[in-house]
Design a protein around this ligand. Structure first.
Ligand code: S3P
Length: 168
């Protein structure tokens, strides 16, 4: 079984994913960390030195590699489901869960977590909220293809376990 966590930056995919993997006794992979491992540099440097297109290509390659694994919880990057055929690949190979959050909640989480995130690192507070609203609007059509949709605010790994129980 492979479980893919889907959602915008700051929606808690890595934090909850780690806990969920522990509860299931699965391994956990954060796609961004996996990309950093493969490339030998931080995501922010990949964006600035190699460009976003190169990052997206690498992201799809890493995803194609990860689907070969089993008993794994994968925290995807916020843009991953929206590029190439990634969302299709995700749904063909496992269970996807979208952590849906209001733009204002994402804003609160991201306001002090911009530095390592290339797409928002140079945005002011005002620009950040506009960016979140616009980008979420564009991306939701992909996110909403997930098998399950859960409210990301106050989400607990135990809630996901209850959700997954009938299909596991
Ligand atoms: C991105 C989200 C990031 C990372 C990269 C691009 C995006 O991952 O993949 O900065 O396009 O939303 P997180 O969602 O883990 O922050």
């Amino acid at each position: 079984m492979k479980i893919f966590l889907i959602g915008f930056m700051g929606s808690g995919k890595s934090t909850i994913g780690k806990r969920l993997a522990k509860l299931l006794d699965y391994s956990f992979v954060d796609m961004d960390l996996q990309i950093e491992k493969v490339m030998g540099k931080p995501v922010i440097s990949i964006f600035s030195e190699d460009g976003e297109d190169f990052f997206r290509k690498t992201e799809s390659e890493v995803l194609n590699d990860l689907i070969k694994g089993d008993n794994i919880v994968i925290a995807t990057g916020g843009g991953c489901p929206c590029h190439s055929d990634n969302m299709k690949l995700i749904n063909q190979n496992g269970i996807s869960i979208y952590f849906k959050m209001a733009p204002e909640s994402l804003f609160q989480r991201l306001i002090n977590a911009r530095r390592e995130r290339p797409l928002i690192s140079s945005l002011s507070q005002d620009q950040l909220l506009v960016y979140i609203k616009n980008t979420l609007n564009e991306r939701e059509e992909y996110y909403l293809k997930s098998n399950f949709i859960v409210k990301g605010e106050s989400l607990r790994a135990e809630t996901l376990l209850d959700l997954l129980n009938p299909v596991m």
